[in-house]
Design a protein around this ligand. Structure first.
Ligand code: TXA
Ligand code: MG
Length: 349
């Protein structure tokens, strides 16, 4: 494959000629990384099994982990799914376009490798002008996982995509930073009652306002599990190269436990809310701020993990967020980055 081209694209009014070039690559069976409001996607023609196979190869993704199909308009839903449960019109009215992915029974046109041999398909309509323009111009739904190497933090900028996938993708559309910064919320409507499979950009509370019986049981499968884990529940996910230590507890206990940990290592980095980070201002320590609210934390989380890795730290200290609103997804991503371990700060004092 020739070396990857990167094209800067206006996120409000993308140049139609540029979108047409990207769409041509998709139609020709190639790979295009593109911005969405959640994270960057690694896209291919969803109807083309060979092109879909290239996605798995480029990411080093196990064949057991199915992809999300991205659509631009509601009528495409019926091409991708063969059954449309009664809750879909209500959900799509509220959350399409947006950070909600629905798992439905798949249509016969969905290649087996895309859905990892299952009878279901995940589908979403991104809320991003460039993503939707690309899908429309291609004239086909676009299969796209996050555009990172398997188990690395998801990409929230074109630079992140290149860090992982340079020379493995034909084109990267650079639309600047992804503003939500964590992936979509996945809801399975195949099960009765409906089940939340992955917390994300749309909160559980907002979904339960429409689907009162929506179930959520956090599930973290271990690499070493003998059985094949449910798709996407692998524990080691979103992982930085450095070890991430996730602390739980009240302010005093967490700050004291973190100071003890800082004293133990020579190359430590902090990934903290601003109000927590200022507690360590007296120390000369590499810090990535998660801002002052959940929205900012989501936007900065993956970029912060990558920045600390680049800085060469061995250990990253982070704090477990409240598990409400966007905090549920933040907690999920941090816990996976910490490979499942939460440290009780009080127990360390
Ligand atoms: O925000 C997002 O959802 C981003 C952007 C690019 O759209 N995409 C994304 O894709 O996060 P990916 O592949 O990194 O994560 C998709 C998740 C995986 O955990 C996969 O196992 C799950 O969706 N998934 C896909 N199809 C499924 C299915 N039929 N049933 C259950 N889970 C499914
Ligand atoms: Mg991913």
């Amino acid at each position: 494959m020739p070396s990857t081209r990167i094209l800067r694209v206006d996120t409000q009014r993308p140049d139609p000629a540029l979108i047409a070039r990207a769409a041509e690559i998709i139609r020709g069976g190639g790979l295009v990384a593109f911005p969405t409001e959640t994270v960057y996607g690694l896209g291919a023609n969803a109807w083309d099994a060979a092109a879909v196979g290239r996605i798995f190869h480029a990411k080093g993704r196990p064949a057991s982990d199915p992809l999300i199909v991205h659509i631009a308009e509601i009528p495409q839903l019926a091409q991708v799914a063969r059954e449309v449960p009664p809750s879909v019109p209500l959900l799509s009215r509220h959350f399409f376009p947006g950070a909600l992915t629905l798992v439905l029974r798949k249509s016969a046109r969905i290649p087996d490798n895309l859905s990892a041999g299952m009878d279901t398909v995940a589908l979403r309509m991104p809320d991003h002008v460039v993503a939707r323009a690309l899908i429309k111009a291609a004239g086909v739904p676009i299969a796209a996982p996050s555009a990172n190497t398997f188990s690395r933090p998801s990409p929230t900028s074109a630079e992140h995509v290149l860090e992982d996938l340079a020379d493995k993708v034909d084109l990267v559309l650079d639309g600047g930073p992804a503003h939500i910064g964590i992936e979509s919320t996945i809801v399975s409507l195949v099960d009765e009652p409906p089940r939340l499979l992955r917390p994300g950009g749309i909160s559980l509370e907002a979904l339960r306002a429409l689907l009162p019986d929506l179930q959520y049981t956090p599930h973290f499968a271990n690499d070493a599990d003998a059985a094949v884990p449910a798709p996407g529940t692998l524990l080691k996910h979103y992982s930085p190269r450095a070890r991430l230590l996730l602390f739980h507890g009240d302010d005093c206990a967490v700050y004291a436990a973190m100071r003890a940990e800082i004293a133990r290592h020579s190359r430590v980095g902090l990934l903290l809310r601003q109000r927590d980070a200022v507690q360590f201002a007296d120390l000369d320590i590499r810090t990535e701020s998660l801002g002052s609210n959940s929205e900012q934390a989501a936007e900065r989380l993956f970029a912060g993990l990558r920045a600390l890795d680049k800085a060469g730290v061995d250990v990253i200290l982070a704090r477990a967020p409240e598990q409400s609103g966007l905090g549920l997804a933040l907690h999920d991503r941090l816990l996976r980055a910490a490979v499942g371990e939460v440290i009780d700060a009080r127990a360390m004092l």
